[in-house]
Design a protein around this ligand. Structure first.
Ligand SMILES: Cc1cc2nc3c(=O)[nH]c(=O)nc-3n(C[C@H](O)[C@H](O)[C@H](O)COP(=O)(O)OP(=O)(O)OC[C@H]3O[C@@H](n4cnc5c(N)ncnc54)[C@H](O)[C@@H]3O)c2cc1C
Length: 384
């Protein structure tokens, strides 16, 4: 397909998950941008398989800063972005047994720095907030009342509608199969034909490392780790639907209400190759066992199961910025288990860096450390 028929763009974003869609939205008007997705629908992979939680007391300092900085957009997106609120109240309990008391107390101290309403609650208070919990199991919990459920579909639709209004072209079934430097830009071969772009953005989730290798960019390891969730009938407890999301403080399992059912997870983190991920029987069994040790949630039948790939750099911090080894190659990867809740801030930041602008006002004074996010923190390739 190579030849003079290549379509010309200023920027080509590889990956139509929340990362690519958010950036396409914030890049704004006045540029020729194409969003390339290998599947026939956007958000097919990890974005469509998340637990959809917004919690400020989760992840390392960089994640927490990006999460807090995203709140203003979630609370008040531009007019017409979504018909309903993007966040709805949920609350999160980080629970512990007596032998986990110190871990719970550490979480309370850490959480209170960012979300002042976070507090230590007793076992009985925790049961009142998450009524499926067994009183004999729980000792104490860190309660984050301001944690929310995110409407991920509304986020994706809002981003895409805005991007299209700004003239962004969205190509589905357009897998990128080859990338070469060309005329101070890039030539991409895609399943829908060749593209020339001045800038390419690696927002390809689990495929980040192979895409970077294709372009000869810095060899930054972004490891896909499988995480399983499954849905079962909700327990017959009238207040279960408004129960807080309940997470083991050492992240060994979690459960939360989900559209009339109960969503359970073993909180697995199994490194895998980039691929369409499926829930393994063994992970479902482990999740069922751990949740049932802590909570009264009878499991007679698995209504649905799935797995997504949470992608981590070695320091568990996303990688955002231009590659020093490959001019015009931009990283937007390694969002781990936080890519939805950090999406507004990550996307705004990435757009500003690409457009050569200062960090947007909404993100200033939020403790976002560009050096900690930069690809330059990883060593340069030995040969290039
Ligand atoms: C079980 C689970 C629970 C989670 N819970 C939460 C949560 O509560 N809160 C939260 O904030 N986050 C959560 N996450 C994490 C969140 O889902 C991810 O961080 C986020 O979805 C990553 O988005 P992405 O766009 O980087 O990746 P993806 O959604 O995977 O998108 C990458 C896209 O790139 C495309 N692509 C790859 N290669 C190519 C190619 N060669 N050509 C064209 N396209 C290509 C893929 O098809 C894919 O659609 C959870 C994840 C899982 C699995």
């Amino acid at each position: 397909m190579a030849g003079s028929s290549a379509r010309q763009f200023d920027a080509a974003i590889i990956g139509g998950g929340i990362a690519g869609a958010g950036l396409a939205y914030f890049l704004g008007q006045g540029q020729r941008v194409v969003l390339l997705e290998q599947e026939s629908a956007l958000g097919t992979h990890t974005t469509g398989r998340s637990a959809a939680l917004y919690t400020q007391a989760y992840g390392n300092a960089e994640i927490r800063a990006l999460t807090v900085a995203s709140k203003a957009f979630f609370d008040a997106p531009p007019a017409g972005f979504a018909s309903y609120p993007l966040l709805t109240p949920r609350g999160v309990l980080l629970i512990g047994r007596t032998d986990q008391r110190e871990a719970v107390e550490r979480e309370v101290v850490a959480a209170q720095k960012l979300t002042p309403h976070a507090r230590l609650v007793s076992g009985s208070e925790a049961v009142a907030l998450s009524p499926a919990l067994k009183p004999t199991y729980i000792d104490a919990a860190c309660y984050e009342p301001d944690a929310m459920d995110i409407d991920v579909d509304a986020m994706m639709q809002g981003y895409l509608a805005g991007a299209r209004q700004n003239g962004v072209e969205v190509w589905m079934d357009a897998a990128v199969t080859d990338i070469k430097e060309r005329n101070s830009g890039w030539r991409l071969e895609t399943a829908k034909g060749p593209i020339d772009a001045g800038i390419i953005v690696n927002a390809s989730g689990a495929w980040t490392t192979p895409i970077a290798a294709m372009a000869g960019a810095r060899a930054i390891k972004v490891t896909p780790k499988r995480r399983t969730t499954f849905l079962v009938t909700a327990p017959e407890i009238s207040s279960f639907a408004s129960s807080a999301a309940t997470i083991d403080v050492d992240e060994q399992f979690y459960f939360k209400p989900d559209a009339g059912l109960a969503l359970l997870s073993p909180a697995d983190e199994t490194p895998v190759e980039p691929r369409d991920a499926f829930a393994e029987e063994i992970d479902i069994a482990i999740g069922a066992d751990r949740v049932q040790t802590a909570a009264n949630i009878p499991i007679n039948h698995i209504n649905h199961s799935r797995a997504g790939l949470r992608c981590f750099t070695d320091d568990k911090t996303p990688v955002v910025g231009f590659d020093d080894d490959a001019p015009g190659f931009f990283w937007l990867a390694g969002q781990g288990g936080y890519g939805i809740q950090t999406s507004p801030a990550m996307s705004m930041l990435a757009a500003a860096l690409i457009n050569g602008q200062n960090v947007p006002g909404q993100l200033q004074d939020r403790g976002i450390d560009l050096t900690a996010l930069s690809p330059a923190r990883f060593s340069a390739n030995e040969t290039r």
